[in-house]
Design a binder for this molecule. Structure first.
Ligand SMILES: Nc1ncnc2c1ncn2[C@@H]1O[C@H](COP(=O)(O)OP(=O)(O)OP(=O)(O)O)[C@@H](O)[C@H]1O
Ligand SMILES: [Mg+2]
Length: 310
């Protein structure tokens, strides 16, 4: 599954957290279980799953926030746990940028948008004067923000969608090659979600930036992703081209996610709703089982299966 042309290769990555609750016994939480998936430069991988499935843990592992319990993550062929020199680590952290759900979280309320975007251009690209102004104008044009109405504003003076555009612009300014976008549109007004997704797709196509797009909404994954990975209880249960996975879902959990995509024509009430929730619990119980077998459903479309019992 991993090839040398990959920008990011995740191989057999597992992560357990030791949890010591205030009350009750301490225990292990398996947040990632044997994850193997890759991402090529300029492509997007959508990681889709419900709350608690391990999506953010996967994103955080890629940003080196903690070591894996086992397995490895490589960027341009180099194991990111083995970046020894400070320069190598800083270069990696520059190449891989996070964009979060809350568009405020990465912006300093005390600084203008101009400050937020100029600083990385000066620090990382050593640009000044006319070269700085021209790079700044180019980046703003890329994220479709009007300099006249944006640059002198503070983060709280912008809409949520504009703030998310500033966050994406900042990733461009530092020269990111991979953007990990963790639910980047879920706090935005429904009417502007699509335009931010469209922007990410254009950044991918015109700037050749790779995206790890984390979402619970399988429907949005199709807008941007070249590959989709369906995650539950720390495992990727099914993966492949989004159109194929969505048209021909094999894993019961993928089907469950697709059935939960809001369809205004379907109203679940009374017995039907209870029956659905019962069936959903059974699917989740199944998807929690370790599933070490991998079947290729059709070229480039894979599903994990449990070893059949006796
Ligand atoms: N630092 C930590 N310490 C202990 N448990 C953790 C830690 N980080 C994550 N977990 C646990 O790992 C599991 C996966 O969490 P994660 O945040 O990755 O899920 P998620 O898919 O991003 O969910 P959401 O959609 O709600 O953001 C959860 O059971 C969570 O409680
Ligand atoms: Mg999360």
């Amino acid at each position: 599954m991993s090839t040398s042309s990959e920008l990011l290769s995740i191989e057999g990555a597992s992560k357990s957290f030791h949890v010591r609750p205030m009350f009750g016994a301490s225990h292990e939480v398996v947040a990632l279980s044997d994850i193997t998936i890759g991402l090529e430069a300029g492509k997007a991988l959508a990681v889709v799953g419900e709350s608690g499935s391990g999506k953010s843990t996967l994103g955080r592992a890629v940003t080196r926030l903690f070591p894996l319990s086992s397995g490895r993550i490589s960027f341009k062929g180099k194991d990111i746990a083995l970046l020894r020199s400070r320069a190598e680590r800083l270069d990696y952290l520059r190449s891989v940028q996070m964009v979060f759900q809350d568009p405020f979280s990465a912006l300093n309320p005390a600084h203008t948008i101009q400050h937020h975007l100029e600083r990385p251009l000066m620090l990382h690209r050593n640009l000044h004067g006319a070269a700085l102004a021209s790079a700044l104008a180019g980046i703003l044009a890329d994220v479709e923000l009007d300099p006249a109405v944006t640059l002198h504003k503070y983060p709280h003076e912008l809409s949520g969608g504009q703030r998310q555009r500033v966050n994406l612009a900042r990733a461009l300014a530092v020269g990111a090659e991979l953007i990990i976008a963790d639910e980047p549109t879920s706090m935005l007004d429904v009417s502007i979600r699509r335009s931010v997704l469209d922007l990410m797709r254009r950044m991918k196509e015109t700037r050749s930036i790779a995206f790890l797009y984390i979402t619970h909404d399988i429907a949005t994954a199709q807008f941007i992703a070249d590959q989709i990975a369906i995650m539950y209880a720390g495992q990727i249960v099914e993966w492949g081209r989004p159109d194929r996975v969505i048209a021909n879902p094999q894993h019961p959990y993928t089907r469950l996610l697709l059935s939960a995509v809001p369809d205004p024509a379907v109203k679940l009430t009374g017995d039907r709703s209870r029956a659905f929730s019962h069936a959903a619990d059974a699917v989740r119980a199944l998807a929690r089982q370790p599933a070490p077998l991998i079947a290729e459903v059709e070229p480039g479309h894979f599903v994990r299966q449990a070893i059949a019992g006796p």
